[in-house]
Design a protein around this ligand. Structure first.
Ligand code: ADP
Length: 396
């Protein structure tokens, strides 16, 4: 069974075609600058094909992806019939979706309504779904939600302490994101540790441009650091994460900012970029700090401290922790981040083997032999989770 996985952003579309009989990747690629001009990058193994192609809208981009999949030279399919299902990443499923689901008109309608909670993401996801429906009307399509894995959170974890009517009327609560990633790396950790998933207490740290932490207790998300939107929690590349809410009107008054300008400041100009004044990329910040840039060092110190603080707090949530997993761009590649975060956690029984920690982008248990709490690097694979869910749903 071949499954096409699509992740549509406002001006981009990432895709992967997977053979799900063997769980192997056939091709992957990216359409960028949709609605502006259009650029395709298509990769089959080591072969990379790049082209500037007009993409006035997402439907044009989906057509270009299908052409690339069927292309005699760099494609892998002979006919469209060889695509058996499409799995779409959808960011927000609200309270309605606790699992992935076959898309019909009712589901589309609910995804549209959840757009209130994720105005930057859900509308683009929906455009991708509609484009595929138009071009491939007979191919089943499945929505896989970033929020679904966290639907097991207890009320005490997801309620905000504001008047209850805001939860009842407007569904204001914590939802959490990166669910497919937290699910994948926590399941994989259990496999690597050779222990039953439903007996482990795992803390997963997805540290990319966006970053979140999740407490996975016996296979269920019981708390996570992102909130109603992906702005809450950890310090991120350009997002502030947790902040005293009273700071926000204060910033607005001092800077004479509108609501939208303030949201942009917190989403795009804050995080390690805002504190360091250098970059949102850990390679640049690390280099600046090594040259003595104090703001860059302050950004790193605050970032590590917040990650460690959340790990401590989620250890309390679960009354223990067996394994801590690092994933995504920073978690997989920034060796120093793992080392510095773990320094705060020796009291829990974390004991790092620095030689084993000296890896990038590879699965490794970098704890010392006999360490009470295992520390692992596991490269994430959100597309594989989307393809697995899509296969499960269309097979039923
Ligand atoms: P996104 O949230 O956009 O998917 P990623 O998970 O790809 O983000 O993470 C991107 C970030 O990972 C970069 O901004 C950078 O900070 C970090 N990163 C990527 N590669 C490296 C590396 N080799 N060393 C240190 N940091 C890296």
């Amino acid at each position: 069974m071949n499954i096409l996985v699509l992740n549509c952003g406002s001006s981009s579309l990432k895709y992967q075609l997977l053979n799900m009989d063997t769980e192997t990747l056939l091709v992957k690629g990216l359409c960028e600058r949709i609605g502006i001009d259009g650029f395709l990058k298509h990769e089959r193994g080591d072969q990379v094909y790049e082209a500037n192609l007009p993409m006035p809208d997402h439907e044009a981009a989906v057509k270009i992806v299908l052409d690339a999949l069927l292309d005699a030279e760099h494609g892998v399919l002979k006919s469209m019939d060889e695509i058996h299902a499409v799995g779409h990443r959808v960011v927000h499923g609200g309270e309605q979706f606790s699992d992935s689901i076959l898309i019909d008109e009712e589901v589309e309608h609910v995804i549209h309504k959840c757009g209130d909670l994720a105005p930057l993401h859900n509308p683009s996801n929906l455009v991708g779904i509609r484009a595929c429906k138009h071009i491939m009307p007979n191919v089943p399509q499945v929505a896989v939600f970033d929020t679904a894995f966290h639907s097991s959170m207890p009320k005490k974890a997801y309620l905000y302490a504001i008047p209850y009517e805001y939860y009842e009327k407007h569904k204001i609560r914590k939802y959490g994101f990166h669910g497919t990633s937290h699910k994948y790396v926590s399941m994989r950790a259990a496999e690597l540790l050779n222990k039953p998933y439903d007996e482990l207490k795992i803390i997963t740290c997805h540290l990319g441009n966006g970053a979140s932490i999740c407490a996975v207790d016996c296979g269920r998300s019981v708390d996570t650091s992102m909130g109603m939107t992906p702005l809450e929690g950890l310090i991120m590349g350009t997002r502030s994460g947790d902040i005293d809410p009273a700071v926000i009107p204060f910033i607005m008054q001092k800077g004479h900012l509108t609501v939208q300008e303030t949201i942009d400041l917190l989403n795009k100009k804050s995080g390690v970029l805002g504190v360091s004044g250098v970059s949102s990329d850990f390679r640049d910040i690390g280099a600046a700090a090594a040259e003595g840039n104090e703001q860059a060092q302050a950004a790193l110190d605050s970032y590590w401290y917040r990650v460690a603080r959340y790990i401590g707090s989620y250890t309390a949530s679960m009354n223990g922790v067996d394994a801590i997993v690092f994933t995504a761009g920073v978690g997989e590649n920034h060796i120093q981040t793992r080392e510095e975060v773990c320094k705060y956690l020796t009291y829990l029984g974390v004991d790092v083997d620095t030689a084993k920690n000296d890896v990038r982008g590879k699965e490794v248990d970098f704890s010392k032999d006999g360490a009470k709490v295992r520390t692992l690097v596991i490269p994430t694979n959100e597309e594989l989770v989307i393809a697995r869910d899509t296969k499960r749903i269309v097979s039923n």
